[in-house]
Design a protein around this ligand. Structure first.
Ligand code: SF4
Ligand code: SF4
Length: 131
């Protein structure tokens, strides 16, 4: 979504290096290894969303979050053209695409947890370190 299909060449390159480093000769040795970490969609708790928060002091004004949210998410980021700074509006669904495309470490992090009306809040473990 961020770099287009050309990224596949880099991914193949990166995978080749990874396999060389670890002495893996055949990619079939890796197939399925992460399956135990997957959770079926119907088991996900959809009672809440985690709204990202943007640290405007760290923001470099690249606009990636705005473009990604506009084209591939929910048009939930408003863009101040003069200041070149983003702000999240009420359309945010908490998909965290913006958080993943931001090039600055810890500039966009998980923020407020919003529960759907009538749902009982429970403890939510949030991953804060994405590196
Ligand atoms: S979490 Fe998703 S919907 Fe919300 S601002 Fe980021 S990209 Fe847009
Ligand atoms: S992607 Fe990050 S650095 Fe770029 S405009 Fe958005 S918040 Fe700022």
């Amino acid at each position: 979504m961020q770099y287009g299909y050309e990224i596949v060449k880099d991914m193949i390159n990166g995978m080749s290096h990874f396999m060389d480093e670890r002495g893996i000769d055949d990619i079939s040795e890796l197939v399925g290894l992460s399956l135990p970490n997957l959770v079926p969609a119907e088991e996900l708790n959809r009672d809440f969303k985690v709204i990202p928060k943007i640290d405007l002091k760290k923001c470099v004004g690249c606009g990636r979050c705005y473009v990604s949210c506009y084209d591939a998410a929910h048009q939930a980021i408003d863009w101040d053209d003069k200041k070149r700074r983003p702000s999240i509006n009420d359309e945010c669904v908490g998909c965290h695409l913006c958080l993943n495309v931001c090039p600055v470490k810890d500039c966009i992090l998980p923020g407020e947890i919003k529960w759907k009306e009538g749902r009982t809040p429970v403890e939510v473990k949030i991953k804060h370190n994405y590196v």
